[in-house]
Ligand binder design. Structure first.
Ligand code: ADP
Ligand code: MG
Length: 242
């Protein structure tokens, strides 16, 4: 059974159909990159998977359990599924350490001491222990995004959703964030990424899905989708990036 099953999902905002009868299965340890023009529904899809948005019809299952519709424990769901956005991820009035220990202490009931030890171990892995007691505005955008990823990892999610996490960064800061994602992929983390970084998608993705008007227009291994796309829309999109 796939870890995530997105099963005939449609999402409408009023009359605008943003996700259209969309189906996609994601296997455990798989890294899927969603690509496609702005407005094609990448963010909406990710937000539906952890219920920041409600779908209009269809069903999403994790490990076979329905996570859409009524009667779902949303706290539990958001513990299991981490999400990192393009920007503004950290609470500005909390230090780096406070940001990272907030959810585990509040939601999981972890002791402050245990949470701090865990956070410091993560911060060490990304070479940011020296920033632990700083406020986010003292960090570069790349450092902030790395901390945002650590904050998501503190909950030991079974699935990580990453929505254009490098789009707001200066080019020289992109690689330090992608390095972490690369490490997570190597460690077997299941991830769905919306990204414009095609070089990175080619390297890290097991599968690339090109979205067009809320549907999977074309999908396959990176070498096929990026190197030899079959669909006219995929070809045009990739040409537009060059
Ligand atoms: P992408 O992330 O691929 O750029 P989005 O998922 O953000 O695309 O947006 C898909 C479509 O949904 C766009 O047409 C966007 O304007 C629309 N949309 C997104 N969020 C909302 C919202 N809260 N209300 C109405 N329309 C929205
Ligand atoms: Mg988006």
């Amino acid at each position: 059974m796939a870890l995530v099953e997105i099963d005939h999902v449609t999402k409408r905002y009023d009359h605008l159909e943003v996700i259209s009868d969309f189906s996609l299965d994601i296997e455990e340890h798989e890294v899927i990159c969603l690509i496609g023009p702005s407005g094609c529904g990448k963010s909406t899809l990710l937000r539906c998977v952890n219920r920041l948005e409600e779908i209009s019809s269809g069903e999403i299952r994790i490990h076979g359990d329905r996570i859409t519709g009524p009667g779902v424990d949303l706290d539990r769901l958001r513990r299991d599924i981490g999400i990192v956005f393009q920007g503004y991820n950290l609470f500005p009035h909390m230090t780096v350490l406070e940001n990272t220990i907030l959810a585990p202490t509040k939601v999981l009931g972890m002791s402050r001491r245990e949470a701090e030890e865990k956070a410091m171990a993560f911060l060490e892995r990304i070479a940011l222990t020296h920033k632990a007691n700083d406020y986010p505005d003292r960090l570069s955008g790349g450092q902030q995004q790395r901390v945002a990823i650590v904050r998501a990892l503190m909950m030991e999610p079974m699935l990580l959703l990453l929505d254009e996490i490098t789009s707001a960064l200066d080019p020289e800061l992109v690689s330090e964030v992608l390095d972490i994602v690369r490490d997570l992929a190597a460690g077997g983390m299941t991830m769905i990424l919306a990204t414009h970084e095609m070089g990175f998608a080619r390297e890290v993705a097991d599968r690339i899905c090109f979205l067009q008007a809320g549907k999977v227009y074309e999908q396959g291994p990176p070498a096929d989708i990026l190197g030899n796309p079959q669909g006219e829309r995929t070809q045009a999109f990739l040409r537009s990036l060059r």
